[in-house]
Structures are given as structure tokens and as C-alpha cells.
Design a protein around this ligand. Sequence first.
Ligand code: NAD
Length: 328
Amino acid sequence: MQDSQKEIAKLRAEIAEHDRLYYREAQPKVDDQAYDRLKEQLAQLEAANPEFDFGESPTQSVGDDRLEAFESYRHRMPMLSLDNTYSSEELIEFGKRLEKRFPGQTLKYLVEPKIDGVAVSLTYENGKFIRAVSRGNGTEGDDITQNVKHIDGLPETISDAPEILEVRGEIYMRHGEFERINAARESAGESLYANPRNLAAGTIKLLDPSVARARKLNIVLYGVGACEPDNFFTHQAGIQERLKEWHFPVLEKYWLADGIQTAWESIEELDALRRKFTYPTDGAVVKLDDFTLQREAGFTAKAPRWAIAYKFEAERAETLLKEISLQI
Ligand code: NAD
């Protein structure tokens, strides 16, 4: 085996183990930036060595949170990941690629806070809440209805709804609740949880719903998956408005931006505001607003080509600080 082939195999195995710890166990052992660096390294090696088939690579698929104890449910529309970047130049590049794809148009983007929680899909049939499913492997997820249906603010019914609707969002835990649970564990001499995202991920997969209910989870909804009829929504901004009218917990703020440069200015504004939000944010998600253009832009195997996640520098600095304080 050539060196690069060995390195690709080693990185794939290492990333698969981090994926298992993060998605299935909710107990990662490296921080997100370190993980993202490994993935970037693998993507570069794969691009330089296209002769090594990488159909099975973690660069081409979303992680998998499915556990044997849960019933699996197939999403009507896949739940994919997002390409991400820590660089404003790469964000502008993303916009330029779309401008080339759609010449002569000022593209409108919706800039949304990126919530640091666990992805969920809620199915409503004829306006009635039916089930909640985790992202799973993107195609099929775990039925977590028992642990989700008690979360505050989730409407059991919605009026004037499409026949079938998958509402997509994020389950998260507020810092206060996280600290309350950890303080109780500390008094009981038990080990502490690492962060709210992992505790939220572990809690929605608890088999005893009464234990899950004793920990306060929250939910925020920002998108849709399958929708029948499929012309019910035409713009991402229209989804935000409709979710609010249906009384879902929604994003406190989002920006409709003309062109990618304005989208970047909105991200800077979000960075200044986000600490006042009730949910933890780790970045911004920039999405083409128009569904016709979204459909034309299409998807890669793991992410839409019409959206990108920008991750904030501050999160990285905070992570580094935490690492340093753990070492001293
Ligand atoms: P991601 O978290 O970077 O982005 C995709 C997810 O963002 C979506 O699935 C959705 O749940 C969420 N999201 C939040 N707000 C959103 C909004 N407004 N619009 C759309 N989506 C929104 O991608 P991922 O595939 O869930 O996870 C990959 C990331 O997870 C990695 O880049 C890394 O940061 C982290 N990870 C870390 C480890 C580790 O060991 N530390 C392991 C695996 C993954």
C-alpha cells in the first residue's frame, strides 16, 4: 500500500471512531475544531488521490446517531449536514460559485443563527403532531417521540397546514439547566457532563422518558423537509414566518440579505447579538432564499449546495481557553 493510501485508511478509521463517540455516545474526546481539521486533512488527501475509491468515506456521508434500542423511521426527505467554514473568504467564495451558477441575478440569502444542539424532524399529518425522529444516518433516524413530546412549546396541532409536513429544528439545553444538573451531580459525587450539546444529545436518547422529563430540554424550529403539496412554501423566509404563525418556538432573529457581502455583514451583526439569545449558537447558516434556485443548485452526497455554515472564531477561542485551563 502506498503511504497516502495508508494515511487515508488511518484517518477514515480515526474519524469513524470520533463519529461513534459524538453521535452515538454523546461523549466526544476531541473538540469540534480538532475534528474538523482531521476531516479537512482527509478531504485534501482524497482530492489528491482520486484513484482510491472514497464512496464509503466520512467526507461523503453524514454521521449516524441510530441506536439499537430505538425504532428506526425513514425520513420522507433526507436530513443532510452542512458544508462548513471558519473563513470569511471561503464564505464569499461560496457566494461567487452561486453567482456563476445564476448569472445576472442579485441572490437573496437568509442568514440564520446556527444552533448548537441536536437535529430533529417532527412529522405533522393533516396538522397533527405524529412523531419526532433524530437525524440518524440522514436517511433513517431513531423515533424519539417519547422524549420530545413533553418539550415546552411544541404545538400538538397546527391549522391550515399541508397534508404532510416535516418540520426541522434543533433540541438544545440552556446553560442554566446544564449547570443545575452538573451541580446536583457534583453534590452526589458523580462525574460531570462536558457541555450542554452532549447532555441534550444523551437526554433525547434516554430509554426512561421520566428521567428525560426531569431534565429540561428546549426546541427551536427553522426549516422544513418533506411537504405535501410541495409548492406550499416558495422561500426560506416564508418558512420562518409560517412557523411563527403556527406558534412553534422559532429563531429570535434572522436576516434577509441581498448578495453574499451583505450576508457577511449580517453574520457580523449576529456575532454581536447572539449572546443574548436563549439558545447556544456556534455560527451562522447562510441559505439561498428562493426554493426554485435551491432546487437548481441541488445537493452533494452529504450537504446542500445552496447553503453553508460559518462557524464563529470566538467559539474556537473559548474552546482553546477551556483546553488550556484543563491542562493547567
Ligand atoms: P453541523 O453541525 O456542522 O451542521 C449541520 C447541522 O446544523 C444540521 O444538521 C442542523 O442540525 C444544524 N443547524 C443548526 N442551526 C441550523 C439552521 N439555522 N439551519 C440549518 N441547520 C442548522 O454538521 P453535523 O453534520 O451535524 O456535524 C458535523 C460537525 O459536528 C462537525 O463539523 C464537528 O464540528 C462536529 N463533530 C464533532 C465531533 C467531535 O468528536 N468533536 C465528531 C463529529 C462531529
